[in-house]
Design a protein around this ligand. Structure first.
Ligand code: NAD
Ligand code: LMR
Length: 329
């Protein structure tokens, strides 16, 4: 194989998403079946032993594309020469923890990681933040990396996008592959807005196919927005395989492009489009080509959508103001 391997760094590699993610990266699902990869697993000291175990299993798969694995608890080593960074490791909310405590604990992770990316990553670095609160953690990391173009920092709303596709397919009986142009707007949280007004099902407008605004408001939107909590309730643990799958989808689409006539959803620094204040990391409809994304422009936003986008953006503003007050950005 003559292609230069792509350096992929995964933080929180010993966690449950890490375990579902690493094998798919190593088998070519992240970047392509002909792209060799080198993995860097970044963990905290307590996670290193488990990460070593996962690395042993990766070895035992004898993946032809996997050209090396390095394990470290030093962000400067972990991000050295990184082309793709998947920031999965985060501090979960524990009992008695206030929102400010959670933001502050995560600031302690994402600020130094942003700086380490700034100082060590390759010039073409692409960052996906999965660890929650994903949008605001991405903002913290991005603010700590002034030498990296801001648009390289993204947050994951692809899981929400995939959840919405699946719910809409179930409702209409259409195969998922017939549904295009669905959008998640705003925050990866219960305020997110899954929008089907511009979506198409086999070429027909999805909202018209559904024809039931009550179902949208009372069933579809809350089911998608609260799906993470429903998984935790059912499984006793937060989503892992579906989150890893969405991370693979997010980066694969970013690198390899969206299909003609379709778009996807990504949390990205706003350029002010659709009234979202510039700089906030909010989910938008985007097309991807040649390793770059662009916000889909010119969509009509009806009153139903406007109110819901504004509510989620308001939450993002409040999170931004809170981390600003904590001196994290
Ligand atoms: P987990 O607790 O199983 O694993 C997290 C791992 O991160 C642990 O191994 C821990 O040691 C490690 N870690 C903690 N701090 C670290 C640091 N500073 N550097 C490197 N590693 C560190 O959690 P999980 O189930 O894998 O979930 C990870 C995160 O992803 C959580 O924040 C979760 O809420 C979030 N999540 C996001 C989405 C999304 O759609 N955006 C979906 C599911 C889960
Ligand atoms: C999810 O959407 O499944 C997760 O973000 C839920 C969580 O709180 O970890």
């Amino acid at each position: 194989m003559t292609r230069t391997p792509v350096n992929v760094t995964v933080t929180g590699a010993a966690g449950q998403i890490g375990y579902a993610l690493l094998f798919r990266i190593a088998s070519g699902h992240l970047l392509g079946a002909d792209v060799p990869v080198k993995l860097r697993l970044l963990e905290i000291p307590q996670g290193l032993k488990a990460a070593e175990g996962t690395a042993m299993e990766l070895d035992d798969c004898a993946f032809p594309l996997l050209q090396g694995i390095e394990i470290t608890d030093d962000p400067n080593v972990g991000f050295d020469g990184a082309n793709v960074a998947l920031l999965v490791g985060a501090r979960p909310r524990t009992k008695g923890m206030e929102r400010g405590d959670l933001l502050s604990a995560n600031g302690g992770i994402f600020k130094p990681q942003g700086k380490a990316i700034n100082d060590n990553a390759a010039d073409d670095i692409k960052v996906l933040v999965v660890g929650n609160p994903a949008n605001t953690n991405a903002l913290i990391a991005q603010a700590a990396a002034p030498d990296v173009p801001a648009e390289r920092f993204t947050a994951m709303t692809r899981l929400d996008h995939n959840r919405a596709l699946s719910q809409l397919a179930k409702k209409t009986g259409a195969p998922v592959s017939d549904i295009k142009r669905l959008t998640i707007w705003g925050n990866h949280s219960a305020t997110q807005y899954p929008d089907i007004f511009h979506a198409e099902i086999a070429g027909k407008n999805a909202a018209e196919v559904v024809g039931d605004e009550q179902w949208l408001a009372d069933t579809f939107i809350p089911t998608v927005a609260k799906r993470g909590a429903a998984i935790i309730e059912a499984r006793g643990a937060s989503s892992a395989a579906s989150a890893a799958n969405a991370a693979i989808d997010h980066v694969h689409t970013w690198v390899n492009g969206t299909a003609a006539g379709d778009w996807t959803s990504m949390g990205i620094p706003s350029d002010g489009s659709y009234g979202v204040p510039e700089g906030l990391i909010s989910s938008f409809p985007v097309t991807c080509k040649d390793g770059k994304y662009e916000i889909v422009q010119g969509l009509d936003v009806n009153e139903f959508s406007r109110a819901r986008i504004d509510a989620s953006v308001q939450e993002l503003k409040e999170e931004r103001d809170a981390v600003r007050e904590l001196g994290l950005i």
